[in-house]
Write a protein that binds this ligand. Structure first.
Ligand SMILES: Nc1ncnc2c1ncn2[C@@H]1O[C@H](COP(=O)(O)OP(=O)(O)OP(=O)(O)O)[C@@H](O)[C@H]1O
Length: 260
């Protein structure tokens, strides 16, 4: 699919091995600006490894990875740090500093553009504090700004993590199983929030998920991995539940998934 825009993510022949294990096996993936992509596949199929390549945390053994115009096969140092500032990451375990307030956690999202160490909320520029507050409001936690982050529920902590990612003013959001630690109802509300803010801010998102139902409901396109290979890549509305479940069949020889 193309929409006349430039690709935010482009991998060509991406290979990553760990000893005998081929975690990424010739992955060709193009993601266009504004797309909301669900990355599915059984445990060990290579989802996290692929995501780590997109963030420049892992370097490919072969092939090319280009993200937001940066060639990650060669980028390092300042260029890599500048790229990472444009990528908001949302983790399964939220990765907040529990003893700090919600507001202080959100403000760390601006560390890439506000120089110097910061000790306490008032040392941050007023405009950044206002922006952080706006994002807290968007995620529904304006009234919790001065509460310790560690005292919040899992769903609330993930909302704080989303506000922190938004304060980065990212172009791309990478979400690695953002709802895996949450109960079904909270998981749905977090997916709703993530997709809503991405649409509002015209952000591109790649989100690994374990729940087929959530991917079917909240993503526009599903990329399915199995044994390090892309086994399906289609608009979500065209994918039947049966084909999606096929990704998870235990025996590869009985795999009924159509290779895209
Ligand atoms: N640092 C590493 N060292 C050795 N093997 C690794 C490393 N990282 C990943 N692997 C292997 O690469 C394969 C893909 O792992 P990866 O974590 O990307 O899968 P995944 O689809 O994200 O799994 P899960 O859904 O369980 O998180 C697995 O066989 C895994 O054991």
């Amino acid at each position: 699919m193309t929409n006349g825009e430039w690709p935010v993510i482009e991998t060509r022949g991406l290979i990553k091995t760990f000893g005998d294990v081929i975690a990424c096996d010739h992955i060709d993936l193009t993601v266009w600006r504004g797309e909301i992509v669900g990355l599915l596949g059984p445990s060990g199929s290579g989802k996290s490894t692929l995501l780590r390549h997109l963030n420049g945390l892992t370097r490919a053994d072969g092939g090319h990875v280009r993200v937001l115009g940066v060639d990650l096969s060669v980028a390092k140092g300042r260029e890599l740090r500048a790229l990472r500032r444009r990528i908001g990451v949302v983790f399964q375990q939220f990765n907040l500093v529990g003893r700090l307030t919600v507001m202080e956690n959100v403000l760390t999202g601006a560390l890439g553009r506000v120089r110097g160490p910061r000790y306490g909320i008032v040392t941050w520029p007023r405009a950044v504090r206002a922006e952080a507050f706006q994002h807290l409001d968007r995620v529904g936690l304006a009234d919790r700004a001065y509460q310790r982050a560690g005292s919040l529920s899992g769903g609330q902590q993930q909302r704080v993590a989303i506000a922190r990612a938004l304060l980065q003013r990212p172009d791309l959001v990478l979400a690695d199983e953002p709802v895996a630690s949450l109960d079904p109802q909270t998981a749905a509300s977090i997916m709703d929030l993530l997709v809503r803010v991405c649409r509002e801010d015209q952000l591109t998102m790649v989100c690994t998920l374990h729940q087929i139902e959530l991917a079917a409901e909240w993503t526009r396109r599903i990329v399915g991995l199995r044994l390090g290979r892309i086994r399906l890549d289609e608009a979500t509305e065209r994918l039947s539940a049966e084909r999606l479940r096929g990704l998870y069949l235990p025996d590869p020889t009985s795999d009924t998934v159509t290779i895209a």
